[in-house]
Design a protein around this ligand. Sequence first.
Ligand SMILES: [Zn+2]
Ligand SMILES: [Zn+2]
Ligand SMILES: [Zn+2]
Length: 345
Amino acid sequence: MPELRHDPLQKRWIIIATERAMRPTDFEVCEEPQKENTCPFCEGNESMTPPEILAYRDEGTQPNEPGWTVRVISNKFPALRIDGDLDRRGLGLYDAMNGVGAHEVIIETTEHTLTTADFDHDQMIRVLTIYRDRIADLKKDDRFRYILIFKNHGEAAGASLSHSHTQLIATPVTPRTVAIELETSKEHYREKERCLMCDLIQQETVFPDRIIRDDGHYVILSPFASRFPFECWVVPKVHKHAFETTTDEELSFLAETMKDILSRLKICLNDPPYNFILHTSPNTEAKPKRPMYWQTVEFDYHWHFEIIPRLTRVAGFEWGSGFYINPMPPEEAARYLSQAAPKSS
Ligand SMILES: [Zn+2]
Ligand SMILES: [Zn+2]
Ligand SMILES: [Zn+2]
């Protein structure tokens, strides 16, 4: 069983995942590109993966058989385990709990060589819809405080299989990066009775130097203090704290926006490795409950995607200081990306 351990100096939880150490790819220096007949994510190879949790399928097809368009499975090498109790415990100055959580893989397409930027509109909608379904479902489990959706594209971004997929990890604690955003948003709301991200979006659209695209529903921008060259955020223009409350109509616009930015990156930066992460509100029904703590989250937090092309390496200074050195001014990055003309589907 993996274990969650708390670092009291950094106020940070670490997953000690003994089982992950056995991942065969961890020990391989150079990996052969996956071929279609050996790829567990290709259609026809369903028996090579753990059983599916959810799939959108053609009528008349059976689970774990061909006939799907998007498919969710458990990660074969999970960082956390779905079964068991948390058993929160104090060990002197330290805190620990069992590594209970969900670690799922969302296989975004049956096609081995398609990247997310290549999907047609309907496929992009399906992928976003399945994110929404899985978050809504996992929020019913009151052991989980947070459900994090993230994508690793390309080996340098941490993808061990090239077939296009996203991952989901549900954790019994809120990740530190999100916890900081939740705190600052709450503080801003307490002082001003307004959402920080709404304020930020409003200001950015008045002085649109960092706006890459704005269709009235979603805005793509280079954040003012971008940590990485060509870092982008995708933010809904209408205030919304929880991704899973996105309507079908809104998802359709979001699909267009996500395809747009991923295509721009692909065109401008020659298909770079990248990560994207969905930051959304935590599971406020998780136990033990904190009713007073979440009083304003619906009004103060604002979900968004963070997209990070992996063009520079994070090294000693960044690790040691939390400072990032970004050689690309975000205004220039926005100008460059907004001039690209991605093909629409
Ligand atoms: Zn494949
Ligand atoms: Zn807002
Ligand atoms: Zn964020």
